[in-house]
Design a protein around this ligand. Structure first.
Ligand code: DGY
Length: 381
């Protein structure tokens, strides 16, 4: 074990599961306890190093739940395998911190936690959008510092988003949900870029547009752009939701920022390195009406020099998925992944994971990203 502090849950359990951070709620512990697991939990709020996790795995570890802040690659999967490990679950839907091929090479299934972050993350994306559009943080600072001397016609003028255009880059679950919320709540038109067409989103917005029209209101539209550039040039708000990989690293750079409107808003609740943060800082300095709302950072937890001094940027510490319901749901799914594999269960058939949150969860692992490669059977009723 590392010299950081750990606590043990269910000491009599005959399988050993290492969890590298305290997780919220109790249900996840009940799931692991019912599967006969003794659970060793790091109580440290520091990010554990690879060596500390390796030490915690030790020479006997059946499964592990890790964090997006940890580098789960060859070294840790080799250690896990050597300790008798049969499964790893990320406590996150994103798994860019996991070398899935390295896990597959060791025959270790990798779980993640989709389906419980969608609305929560979309809502935070909205919070950042409006915090920037209406300068909420600047105004809050102004009030607290006693500068408010009375109502003024020119005080903290921001942007009206009603009937403007929202751009989404990466129209998967979260991006599409955010788009729908902006359509329904603020009657915004949508332009999105994704390598896959999102027909469901397009149909939904078209039907909603018809509904508005039938009530004599201005309709809304949804179009798929042919390029990222097209979205950047047209949208008043651009929200980033791609998976982080070699292609999306620095997807938003100096040249692409230059294509955005003078009063545009850029929001990122995906992964920090999708934006070249130094380029964004320079752009925000040169364009005072441009605004950015950031939940994630390129060198998390650090920020590039100059970012925190900017008034036209709202920054929060990677909390887009931080609601009690979601974080407890993520714990339930991560524990269910581990417990199911240790019990020899198949993998869920995909899609709706809500049955795992109910009273009679399926006898399956909710989400194993390398299930196919490892030949794990798919759940059949
Ligand atoms: C995830 O699960 O990938 C999120 O970034 C956590 O907030």
């Amino acid at each position: 074990m590392s010299d950081k502090e750990w606590r043990t849950h269910n000491p009599p359990g005959n399988k050993r599961v290492v969890v590298t951070k305290e997780l919220p709620g109790r249900r996840w512990l009940e799931i692991l306890t019912r599967a006969g697991c003794k659970v060793e939990i790091s109580t440290s709020t520091d990010i554990l190093s690879i060596e500390e996790i390796e030490a915690a795995i030790g020479d006997r570890c059946d499964g592990a739940i890790g964090q997006l802040t940890e580098d789960w690659a060859d070294k840790l999967f080799t250690a896990l395998k050597a300790a008798g490990g049969k499964v790893y679950s990320n406590y996150a839907v994103g798994y860019n911190n996991v070398d899935v091929d390295a896990a597959t090479n060791q025959g270790i299934p990798v779980g993640n936690t989709p389906g419980v972050l969608t609305e929560t993350t979309a809502e935070m994306t909205i919070a950042l959008t409006f915090a920037t559009a209406r300068r909420v943080v600047e105004a809050d600072r102004f009030m607290r510092s006693g500068q408010f001397k009375g109502w003024l016609p020119t005080l903290f003028l921001g942007e009206l988003l009603w009937h403007k255009t929202v751009g989404v880059i990466g129209a998967g679950r979260i991006g599409a949900t955010f788009a729908r919320m902006m359509v329904e709540g603020h009657k915004m038109n949508v332009i999105y870029y994704d390598i896959r067409q999102n027909k469901a989103l397009e149909n939904y917005v078209a039907a909603y547009g018809q509904f508005l029209k039938s009530r004599g209101e201005r309709p809304v539209s949804c179009g798929r752009a042919e390029s990222v550039e097209e979205v950047l040039g047209e949208a008043d708000v651009v929200s980033l939701h791609p998976v982080l990989d070699e292609i999306t690293h620095h997807l938003i750079n100096r040249e692409r920022l230059a294509l955005m409107k003078e009063h545009a808003i850029l929001v990122n609740t995906s992964r920090g390195p999708v934006i070249d943060e130094a380029a964004l800082i320079a752009h925000c300095k040169e364009h005072p009406y441009f605004r950015a709302g950031l939940d994630v950072f390129e060198d998390e937890p650090e920020m590039k020099p100059g970012l925190k001094e900017l008034d036209n940027v709202v920054i929060v510490p990677h909390i887009a998925s931080a609601t009690i319901w979601t974080r407890e749901g993520m714990a339930t799914l991560a524990a269910s992944n581990v417990a199911a594999i240790l019990r020899g269960y198949p993998v869920w058939r995909g899609g709706d994971i809500s049955p795992f949150l109910g009273d009679e969860p399926p006898k399956a692992a909710p989400s194993i990203v390398n299930a196919k490669e490892l030949g794990i059977q798919v759940f059949r009723k």
